[in-house]
Design a protein around this ligand. Structure first.
Ligand SMILES: NC(=O)c1ccc[n+]([C@@H]2O[C@H](COP(=O)([O-])OP(=O)(O)OC[C@H]3O[C@@H](n4cnc5c(N)ncnc54)[C@H](OP(=O)(O)O)[C@@H]3O)[C@@H](O)[C@H]2O)c1
Length: 351
């Protein structure tokens, strides 16, 4: 049986996303073959395509952090799972495909009745948001938080989960997204025309309890200035290393990849040395999943439950067929996308 997947043979722009047709892989011992229904498109995919994300695999590779699909075939020594069952996974790369073989231990059962595009939006974006709020920042009802990139994939997840947690939220976004961000219970700050440090001081008086910092570089230090004593900057992204969806770090390669994250280390260390108990702490979904796989499973299942109860509703910016992965990257790179872009595979509806 033939199947299609997206393939990258050189780091670079959206044109590097090519579709190939090959013989379908067979699951090995302990593996399950999944027929993918939906794969998420996110900035970490764009960073891997550019070759600047710390997790970037060796070339050639198939991108795609997260997927939802149906169990299609079982390898030897696999039990407790049936064909047709809907599952979710965060393989980190490899999700832009019609079929993929994954270890059974990497799969999380998706409760029946959930929409595949909404379910896939929970894996990378909502688990990131949930774990940063409840495991890293350990927020409490009534606390004040600042969310950078509030209109983006992770940003809108933070807004919905922050509202459920009873937080007072401030969020940076473009002026065109201010209305939508405000409707989600957050006071918008226009990052293009306002100084967010001054705005937070004006709006809160003594600063915020936590900042969710997705921009990276010296922006981390500006974010620290908005904290009240004892507050935390949770540093989790490098959005500032992209401009128009292309790398601003110059040549691709491991040296560039690690230069950006070494800045994290510097700010984390400085925040512990300087007075004021204003800490910078890192968050990484992949490292937490490697160290504590049970947290990833528990948190994703808690989020599926919230979706089932309609307490959260992921915003789907646009659905594309798998073959249009290039267009999906072009759209994300242009900016101004509200919510999550999803690739629909194997004929799953793009409506
Ligand atoms: N550490 C982890 O485990 C983890 C997990 C998931 C994601 N991430 C990181 O999280 C970040 C966001 O990912 P995403 O998928 O949510 O991306 P996204 O959907 O593209 O959202 C990014 C948002 O940031 C906004 N933005 C750009 N420059 C900004 C600035 N200077 N100030 C404030 N907002 C700005 C963008 O607005 P416009 O589009 O209007 O420009 C957009 O709304 C990325 O850096 C990604 O690598 C980290």
């Amino acid at each position: 049986m033939k199947y299609k997947r997206i393939f990258i043979t050189h780091y670079g722009g959206p044109d590097e996303l090519r579709i190939v047709e090959e013989e379908c892989p067979e699951p090995k011992k302990g593996e399950v073959r999944v027929r993918v229904l939906a794969a998420g498109v996110s900035l970490p995919d764009v960073m891997m395509r550019e070759g600047i994300h710390p997790e970037t695999p060796r070339l050639p590779f198939t991108p795609g952090w997260d997927l939802v699909g149906a169990v299609d075939r079982l390898g030897d020594d696999v039990s407790g799972i049936q064909t047709g069952q809907i599952v979710a996974a965060l393989p980190i790369f490899g999700a832009y495909t019609e079929y993929v073989c994954l270890p059974q231990s990497n799969l999380v059962h998706v409760p029946p009745g959930l929409n595949a595009a909404e379910a896939v939006s929970l894996i990378l974006n909502y688990v990131t948001a949930y774990q940063m709020l409840h495991r890293t920042a350990k927020v409490k009802k009534g606390q004040k938080v600042l969310i950078h990139g509030a209109a983006g994939g992770v940003g809108t997840a933070l807004l919905q989960l922050g509202r459920l947690a009873g937080l007072d939220m401030y969020g940076t976004c473009k002026s065109k997204d201010a209305g939508a961000v405000s409707d989600m219970g957050c006071i918008p700050i226009d990052y293009e025309h306002q100084d967010f440090v001054k705005e937070i001081q004006r709006l809160t008086g003594d600063g915020v309890d936590a900042v969710f910092e997705s921009i990276g570089g010296s922006h981390i230090w500006l974010s620290r200035k908005t904290l009240r004593r004892g507050g935390k900057v949770v540093a989790f992204g490098l959005t500032g290393s992209l401009q128009g969806g292309r790398s601003t770090l110059g040549r691709q390669g491991s040296r560039q990849r690690y230069r950006a994250i070494s800045n994290f280390g510097l700010y984390i260390a400085l925040s512990w040395i300087l007075p004021g108990r204003k800490r910078v702490v890192p968050y990484s979904i992949q490292w937490l999943m490697r160290l504590k796989p049970e947290f990833f499973r528990q948190d994703l299942m808690a989020l599926f439950d919230l979706l089932k109860q309609q307490k959260i509703k992921p915003l789907i910016a646009q659905r594309f067929p798998l073959a249009d992965a290039r267009k999906a990257h072009e759209l994300l790179g242009k900016g101004g996308v509200m919510g999550k872009i999803v690739l629909m595979c194997n004929g799953a509806s793009i409506e």
